[in-house]
Design a protein around this ligand. Sequence first.
Ligand SMILES: NC(=O)c1ccc[n+]([C@@H]2O[C@H](COP(=O)([O-])OP(=O)(O)OC[C@H]3O[C@@H](n4cnc5c(N)ncnc54)[C@H](OP(=O)(O)O)[C@@H]3O)[C@@H](O)[C@H]2O)c1
Length: 229
Amino acid sequence: MVKVVLVTGGNRGIGLEICRILAAAGHKVILGSRDLQKGQKAGDMLKGKVQAIHLDVINAGHIQVVASFIEKAYGKLDILINNAGIGIGSKGAPDADLDDVKQIMETNFYGAWYVSQAMIPLLRKSNDGRIINMSSGMGALNDLTGGYAGYRLSKTALNGLTILMANELNQEEIIVVAMSPGWVRTDMGGAGAPRTVEQGAETAVWLATASRADIETGKFYRDRRIILW
Ligand SMILES: NC(=O)c1ccc[n+]([C@@H]2O[C@H](COP(=O)([O-])OP(=O)(O)OC[C@H]3O[C@@H](n4cnc5c(N)ncnc54)[C@H](OP(=O)(O)O)[C@@H]3O)[C@@H](O)[C@H]2O)c1
């Protein structure tokens, strides 16, 4: 069945690859980009198969315009993929720059929360609503060491939000999950990362399109399998 999908941070990296695969499969993909020109360029690369839209996940005005656009164009949203993310500063908790940490939390954690809250009314209008949060193994509670304190904690917090949202939206049958793409060759992951963007996008695409019976809400996935928080 054709789904209406919103991907944040869709103009490059893993987000762009998710858009490419879902659009090629015939889904209605809305590619959110905080720089509209970059989004349109990415849309052109995908031969106009996606709708590029101006979406900075920490801009309340953008988020409302996107929600109104989706409401008017489709009347519902089936899948929200909270993919947008930043990583600044590599220091550990004892000496991390807390201004950097606040900035990371604003995008990676609050950004996903702001967008989710605005899209939930549209997800309620779907009979197969799902929120997929692009987290990281670096935020897993059993791996909180090795620098990058702000980034790690932003993903730990996103994982917590995933559980809360999943529990609170369970009655309404909206699935909420988090996932780790592994270490992927993108601007963020760097050239030395072992995984391709296709590999990084694969589980997100599966979580977006697999039968509901195959996905457990409120869980953390990697390579289609549930992993520990
Ligand atoms: N690469 C990895 O190894 C890896 C591992 C684990 C998790 N992840 C997660 O996977 C997601 C995608 O990462 P990636 O590797 O594809 O990174 P990337 O290549 O650096 O792309 C990040 C994307 O997020 C967008 N973005 C940043 N801040 C934004 C904001 N305020 N509003 C909207 N978009 C914003 C960027 O837009 P601009 O082009 O405008 O900057 C870009 O499109 C992130 O959440 C990341 O934490 C990545």
